[in-house]
Design a protein around this ligand. Structure first.
Ligand code: COA
Ligand code: AMP
Length: 635
């Protein structure tokens, strides 16, 4: 089918409000919007002002009312526990009603926050939908974060309730969640009134009398009684959720998502970007703790009446590198969305794709990649093995859906390796220099999006309008700063090359090197430190810490380095993946004292680098290179 992308984009450009008003027809509103876009509302304007709606109704109830009763809503496939469970839309409605009823009885009301700290179990999606049903604002925290990270989120969101589980399961390791939750509540000055804990048989936990409640017991009783809770009408502009993401400091940013714009954008994307029809099976192999999980494990597939696969396992090792093909074949998955790192892991274990042969993948149409740069090698390997289009697309926690993609639902555009293709309607993407001057095609610069952002993107940060302005809007007036650098080629294709801040991308996980430096600096023997993300064949990037010890520290550097690795794991969590710390005598700095992290990274990656004109002492770079050589980081 010839692509209608250019016409669609032009139609949006001509009349954005008419474009999004047409997309909004796919959503059931309680009250339609008085204004599709109000430029005077919020920080940069708000979408669907005056409308009321309910996201849970659109994800669940309306499909039951219109005949999808028996269709699978969620297929839970968990190789780590050896469990599979199919939940129909009817069953999902009953369980969401039951949990919503329990939450209501606990006094959770519209606008209250609920933290969801759960592994990849269907109850995590049920919890999100139950919050949406009663107008509570959920904040899901990824299970790979440690107690201190959970505590900062509890502190900031001030939840009335926490929904969690006794444990998560990593290959070969049970992750006890409850001690982490207890510690986080201890650390936070805000104390949630109650918790609801899903006891998993792999490792049960103790419940604190009066505070902790048993999920199965409460929800089981409500289910047996046929509990029903009406969907709460909320404003389209009310927050649906807060999702914390790495910023440049240890204090994460609470990205706010609204109800109305979010539904409109995600529903539009399921057809146009992913080419999905109601009733088909969509699988985002991510985690509900990340934005990909929010948007494309839970909300978008359900809004579109698709079946979503919730997979508790890894691409390799659960049990082998054929796991993805088994899930695709067994559940008749039409489209899979994952991070390139997952495919690098599979390619490493099974370079000739031998494990694909045993599976019937005839129903599989498209592979989508995002979360980090999709390297051409991996994309081409996947194309060869699977014989389906492999689509790279670019987005961020802040936007909630693709900024740039190859929208297969509008007819696929030619693939250019290394490019996530073209801007989606809603996004006027430009490349500018540091003084906001627009750059010509093929020139590398800051990637910015002309305001207003489209529906679905963050209207602000939780309780922090000023931080939102300062972090995203002030540097390039009139534009949203993506903090990605790249260029646009002569055909209008975008290339995303690197971040302009201290964020690194480790196995598709977004991490702040600044946050790691804060933890390392708190070690009693550390005088100064720098963390840089260096290239890694599997994970894309991994962090490496460089430390200068305080004068007079006589202990073995190797022992201190080990303690620092353990400290980062304890404070941020295993997901930080900091395994290498190198003690050095000096760090390279400019004459004004700024650490030259960019140059350090280039040396580590074996890239060409120029001696910075402002460097304080050029000899330090030789010393550093030598230290890296001794540790096998550079040849
Ligand atoms: N709970 C607790 N710990 C977790 C966790 C969770 N939900 N998720 C990851 N971890 C732990 C891992 O067990 C690992 O611990 P270890 O240091 O003891 O080995 C550590 O965090 C680092 O995890 P990760 O960087 O993911 O490395 P890995 O070696 O476990 O797995 C991949 C590598 C490529 C297989 C894995 O990252 C993956 O499947 N990625 C898929 C893409 C994805 O999910 N992207 C997210 C956004 S789309
Ligand atoms: P997150 O908020 O975790 O989704 O991370 C967003 C960041 O990941 C972006 O700002 C990019 O730096 C990077 N990223 C996401 N998708 C892509 C992609 N397709 N190509 C290159 N970088 C990407």
């Amino acid at each position: 089918m010839p692509s209608t992308y250019a016409d669609t984009y032009a139609k949006w450009r001509k009349d954005p409000e008419a474009f999004w008003a047409a997309a909004a027809a796919e959503i059931d509103w309680i009250e339609p919007a008085a204004r599709v876009f109000d430029p005077a509302a919020g920080v940069y304007g708000r979408w669907f002002v005056g409308a009321t709606c309910n996201t849970c109704y659109n994800c669940v109830d309306r499909h039951v009312e219109r005949g999808r009763t028996g269709q699978a809503a969620i297929i839970y496939d968990s190789p780590v526990t050896g469990t599979k469970r199919t939940i129909s839309f009817q069953e999902l409605l009953a369980e969401v009603n039951a949990l919503a009823h329990v939450m209501r009885r606990m006094g959770v009301a519209r606008g209250d926050r609920v933290i969801v700290y759960m592994p990849m179990v269907p109850q995590a999606a049920v919890a999100m939908l139950a919050c949406a049903r009663i107008g509570a604002i959920h904040s899901v925290v990824f299970g790979g974060f440690a107690a201190a990270e959970l505590a900062t989120r509890i502190e900031d969101a001030a939840p009335k309730l926490v929904i969690s589980a006794s444990c998560g399961l990593e290959p070969g390791r049970v992750v006890a969640y409850k001690p982490l939750l207890d510690r986080a509540i201890e650390l936070s000055s805000h104390k949630p009134e109650a918790t609801i804990i899903l006891q998993r048989e792999q490792q049960r936990c103790d419940l604190v009398a009066g505070r902790d409640h048993d999920y199965a017991q409460l929800v089981g009783e409500a289910l047996a009684n046929g509990a029903r809770v009406p969907c709460e009408p909320v404003a389209a502009t009310d927050p649906l959720y807060i999702l914390y993401t790495s910023g440049t400091t240890g204090q994460p940013k609470g990205v706010v998502r609204d109800n109305g714009g979010h539904m409109v954008a995600l529903r539009w994307s399921m057809k146009a970007v992913y080419g999905m029809e109601p009733g088909e099976v969509f699988w985002a192999a991510s985690d509900v703790g990340w934005v990909v999980g929010h948007s494309y494990i839970v909300y978008a597939p359900l809004l579109a009446g698709c079946t979503t696969v919730l997979y508790e396992g890894k691409p390799v090792g659960t049990p082998d590198a054929g796991a993805f093909w088994r899930v695709v074949a067994e559940h008749d998955v039409a489209a899979l969305f994952t991070a390139p790192t997952a495919f690098r892991a599979i390619k490493k274990e099974d370079p000739d794709g031998r494990l694909i042969a045993g599976y019937d993948l005839s129903g599989f149409r498209t592979l989508f990649l995002a979360g980090e740069r999709a390297d051409p090698d991996t994309v081409q390997w996947a194309e060869r093995q699977l014989s389906v289009p492999v689509i790279d697309h670019w987005w961020q926690t802040e936007t909630g859906w693709a900024i740039a993609a190859n929208p297969v639902g509008l007819g696929q555009l030619p693939v250019k390796y290394g490019s996530p293709t073209v801007p989606m309607p809603g996004y006027d993407v430009q490349v500018v220099d540091d003084a906001s001057n627009r750059l010509a095609a093929n020139r590398l610069g800051n990637i910015v999006v002309k305001l207003p952002l489209p529906p679905g993107c963050l209207p602000t940060l939780w309780n922090a309008d000023q931080r939102f302005r300062q972090a995203y809007l002030e540097e390039f007036p009139g534009y949203y700063k993506t903090a990605d650098a790249g260029f646009i080629d002569d055909d209008g294709y975008l290339y995303i090359m690197s971040r302009t801040d201290d964020i690194i991308n480790v196995a598709g996980h977004r991490l702040s090197t600044g946050a790691m430096e804060e933890v390392i600096a708190s070690h009693r023997d550390v005088a100064e430190c720098a963390v840089v993300g260096i290239a890694d064949r599997l994970k894309g990037q991994v962090p490496v810490g460089f430390v200068i010890l305080k004068a007079g520290v006589a202990r073995e550097p190797a022992a201190i380095e080990k303690e620092i690795v353990a400290l980062v794991r304890e404070r941020i969590g295993p997901v930080a993946a900091l395994k290498t710390v190198i003690t050095v005598k000096r760090l390279p700095k400019t004459r004004s004292g700024k650490i030259l992290r960019g140059t350090m990274q280039k040396i580590a990656d074996g890239e060409d680098w120029k001696m910075p004109a402002t460097i304080d002492d050029p000899l330090i770079l030789d010393e550093l290179q030598q230290s890296m050589r001794e540790r096998g980081i550079v040849a």
